[in-house]
Design a protein around this ligand. Sequence first.
Ligand code: NCD
Length: 301
Amino acid sequence: MHLLEPDNLSISQTAEVISLARNIIQNPAKYSEKCKGKLLAALFYEPSTRTRLSFESAMLRLGGNVVGFSDSSSTSVSKGETLEDTIRTVGSYVDIIALRHPKEGAPKLAAKYSLVPIINAGDGGHHHPSQTITDLLTITELKGRTEKLKIAFCGDLKFGRTVHSLTEALSKYNGNYFYFVSPEELKIPEYIKDKLAPDSYAEVRDLQTVLPDVDVLYMTRVQKERFVSEDEYARLKDTYILDTSKMERAKSDMIIMHPLPRVNEISPEIDSDSRAVYFRQVKFGMYARMALISTLLGLKG
Ligand code: NCD
């Protein structure tokens, strides 16, 4: 089984992964040898801090081992090797592969040639399903539910793959409502909206007007690396900056999430607000990936 998009896991499978992650948080020692003798390859063709290190930490904390690269220019890719051949090769050494790639659909192609499970660790501006498990775990732990929530996604909704994946996943639960807050140029793609009930979302330009109604605010970075024009990036990068004055309008139990890295979109003065949970979200990411790796290796429980 591969995890290429959130849709690859049913609601009940997702619930099992989240529940396993919660068990691991409660009793990490019980899982410290779960993946003994197993090997994860982290193949990162794009920059990453959290995703790669959380996959590696997750596998090591499960008693397994890791190999991989964080810069493909030092591998045979620079000699012209195709992704297919790299995957065939690495898949004959390891038990599971986490793959990040700038090309949308690369993990799907890799899955065709892989003998072992592939986890999409982010493909271009498309999907990022392991971040979605992280985000669902964060919401479950901190809001107590993943349904009947009002979620505002704010920033670069066009290229923000974490937004695409989380929207798809949250739309499966009852009564969730989405505010997509972005400038015209960075609106959520049609293929994501097509999966939503027409009365379950609104696209708006202004964050302030919707903020008082929101339970989960999901801020995002404008994805510089996906822009063709530097001027366009410069014009849009600071469209939204969350600061303490804006937060006065938000509910007292709203949570502020961000997949990180942040650039300017959340002022550091917000970090001490108890509603800011993005650094807790980082930690949940490691537990989410521990649960995911165990599940895809058939080692749950
Ligand atoms: C995100 C990503 O890589 O898509 N980061 C992450 O995985 N935690 C978001 C981003 O880079 O802005």
